[in-house]
Ligand binder design. Structure first.
Ligand code: HEC
Ligand code: HEC
Ligand code: HEC
Ligand code: HEC
Length: 339
């Protein structure tokens, strides 16, 4: 990341593989890194805030970790943040951004107490796509910092000379196959792959998002068409539901590349063998059979003789039918309409 000319990289718990501190020392990349994780955890003495200068503007960045983040650190987040803001104030920065390692709801509550922050980036390794979580009353966007570098976000904050924020906007670009890889990045990534990945640090267990266990090639997502032959009537009924047209809904709005929408308007988005904005996974557009029943690859390979589908409950639906997207959702009636 240093070689790719990143200005700032904040460390989370998952980055701390054994030997990481040694590599940092060896490569002298401490100047891009910052993190409010205690030194006892990082084994490095990284500052919790830093200033980046660009085009005549000074951008102050603060790293903040949720006290519930499993860092073993007990501290008062608000006092800590206040100290960092004061320190940046002394350096007369033009913009202030916070990178928060913690859950979105914690951050939303925190943002209300610190209106002077211009941008909040939320990250906690929960594999959420880069997206706008909320815009505060004072115009400061709260953005999920994304996952695995599959998107690029453009955030604009406009301020008047007196420091009052007047506008903000957020745009996201998904790095699909149509966007060529950077010739500068490719050799670095290849080199990294050849060197072998560092051992994964103990990651917090996250429950699977979709029904059905993910055992990769043994039980891949296969697409609703594969079910048509044997479940003709069900398929015909499903085809008439809005689930079967959920992707067209996005296309009509020109949002078919927006990761924020794909999660609920396609099948298995961001999961192994699931929809991934590529022609190879075009059979997984729509809210297909497997969105509810789970992966069907195994069942189809067994010619329907064996099945390992999950029991469908209200929770299956609430993953997408959230109060925000589907305020009137009533499971008992809705389940009779699926096919
Ligand atoms: C080769 C034929 C065949 C194909 C292809 C097939 N099924 Fe089946 N399926 C069957 C048979 C046979 C049964 C068991 C008899 C029954 O209950 O209808 C069954 C049962 C089921 C059941 C109910 C049993 C359970 O365990 O819950 C579900 C749900 C199901 N299939 C979903 C699917 C889905 C989703 C697909 C596509 C990914 C699919 N099937 C593809 C033949 C097939
Ligand atoms: C993967 C996400 C996802 C899951 C899981 C899901 N839905 Fe949906 N559902 C959608 C989307 C998206 C739409 C809207 C499609 C459109 O119009 O573009 C929708 C629409 C519907 C509609 C039509 C709404 C209307 O007013 O006409 C019903 C009914 C429905 N879903 C029931 C269910 C039930 C019951 C379950 C669980 C058994 C379920 N859905 C699970 C994403 C999902
Ligand atoms: C958390 C899951 C989820 C996400 C994320 C999501 N949708 Fe939906 N969407 C749904 C569900 C569920 C429905 C069906 C709502 C209903 O009728 O109850 C729906 C319905 C719709 C509809 C048709 C109904 C309407 O309100 O006009 C449109 C259009 C739509 N979504 C567009 C989008 C776009 C664009 C995005 C991304 C910016 C998006 N959705 C993101 C779940 C989602
Ligand atoms: C929105 C969620 C949803 C989608 C999409 C969906 N199903 Fe179902 N399916 C259900 C529910 C709910 C049941 C009722 C059984 C239960 O409660 O477990 C069911 C039952 C079944 C059964 C058992 C027999 C029966 O009719 O009760 C089969 C087979 C089946 N589905 C196949 C399919 C196939 C094939 C598709 C795609 C063409 C599909 N399902 C799409 C939710 C869904």
């Amino acid at each position: 990341m240093h070689k790719l000319k990143y200005d700032a990289v904040t460390l989370g718990l998952r980055d701390l593989s054994p030997g990481f501190a040694d590599s940092v020392a060896k490569w002298n990349v401490q100047e891009v890194l910052f993190s409010s994780l205690p030194a006892a955890v990082t084994k490095m003495n990284l500052p919790p805030a830093k200033v980046v200068s660009r085009s005549g503007f000074e951008l102050g960045l603060i790293s903040l970790v949720s006290p519930n983040g499993g860092t073993g650190s007990t501290y008062n987040v608000e006092t800590f943040l206040r100290e960092q803001i004061d320190a940046l104030g002394a350096q007369q920065v033009d913009f202030q951004a916070v990178v928060y390692l913690g859950m979105p709801h914690e951050l939303i509550a925190l943002s209300k107490k610190f209106p002077e922050i211009d941008l909040w980036l939320q990250s906690n390794g929960n594999h959420r796509p880069l997206s706008l979580i909320e815009t505060t009353m004072t115009n400061a966007p709260i953005v999920s910092a994304g996952d695995r570098g599959r998107e690029v976000g453009f955030i604009t904050i406009e301020k008047e000379k007196n420091g009052a924020r007047v506008a903000s906007s957020f745009h996201q670009l998904i790095l699909t196959d149509r966007i060529a890889d950077s010739p500068r990045a490719v050799p670095l990534i290849e080199g990294f792959r050849k060197a072998g990945k560092p051992p994964t640090p103990t990651a917090p267990a996250t429950p699977p998002k979709s029904p059905g266990a993910s055992n990769g090639s043994l039980n891949p997502y296969i697409g609703s068409i594969a079910c048509q032959n044997c479940h003709k009537d069900i398929f015909a009924k499903w085809e008439k539901t809005r689930h079967a047209h959920a992707f067209a809904t996005l296309t009509a709005k020109r949002e078919e590349q927006n990761a924020e929408c794909l999660e609920c308007h396609t099948t298995g988005f961001r999961e192994e063998t699931g929809y991934s904005v590529s022609a190879a996974t075009a059979h997984l557009v729509q809210v297909g059979c497997e969105s509810c029943h789970g992966r069907g690859g195994f069942h189809v390979r067994m010619n329907g003789r064996i099945s390992n589908f999950v029991k469908i409950t209200e929770t299956t639906c609430l993953r997408c039918h959230t109060p925000k997207q589907s305020p009137k959702f009533a499971f008992t009636e809705a389940r009779l309409k699926v096919h």
